[in-house]
Design a protein around this ligand. Structure first.
Ligand SMILES: [Fe+2]
Ligand SMILES: [Fe+2]
Length: 188
């Protein structure tokens, strides 16, 4: 039997979010693991929305908060700090790859908006009707279907490209921008 604590927190590792900010490419990979953990939580709550409404909604809220903060910063890290520096230095095929990643970000963002609406619908219902649970599960499924291969590709292809192309000075600038985005002192 799953406990309320497991339902809400799952296997998510605590802390350490700032630990890899000095190494921007490692930080992106570490953030991918945290995004995957929240996706798993969004999926894991589905069978509990009917009988453990409060805990399941709390687990969803916690995951959505992560996407609204760290998830949004992560996308900005890529789109505003990493992709522009790569674009100037890579082949047309690689530029097309970066454009495709951005398109996937847009698709994920649209699904995130839809997901937030589905969650609002469920919050307004007690008990939550089966059709609302199905609609929630469907949008989570679509989000996971975009995010998981996107992340796998970034871990393999984007990460390798970044390591090959970006120099130490650029990585330092990116690390500074990432910290600024999070309201952290750039010397930390
Ligand atoms: Fe991405
Ligand atoms: Fe990413």
């Amino acid at each position: 039997m799953i406990t309320a604590e497991q339902l809400i927190k799952g296997g998510a590792s605590r802390g350490g979010i700032g630990a890899t900010l000095e190494r921007p490419l490692d930080h992106l990979v570490a953030c991918h693991r945290r995004i995957e953990q929240r996706l798993e939580t969004l999926e894991r709550v589905v069978p509990h929305l009917a009988d453990r409404r409060e805990e399941a909604l709390a687990a969803i809220r916690s995951s959505l908060e992560f996407f609204d903060t760290n998830g949004a910063w992560h996308t900005e890290d890529e789109e505003q700090s990493v992709f522009p520096r790569l674009r100037d230095q890579v082949s047309p095929e690689q530029r097309a790859y970066l454009a495709e990643l951005e398109r996937q970000h847009d698709d994920a963002e649209a699904l995130h908006v839809e997901l937030t609406r589905r969650v609002e619908d469920m919050k307004a219902a007690d008990p939550i009707p089966t059709d609302l649970i199905h609609r929630y599960a469907a949008v989570v499924g679509k989000l996971a279907a975009i995010y998981r291969p996107h992340i796998a590709s970034e871990d393999a292809v984007l990460n390798e490209l970044g390591r090959r192309v970006l120099g130490d000075a650029e990585l330092l600038q990116i690390a500074g921008e990432m910290k600024r985005r999070r309201g952290l002192p750039e010397s930390s």
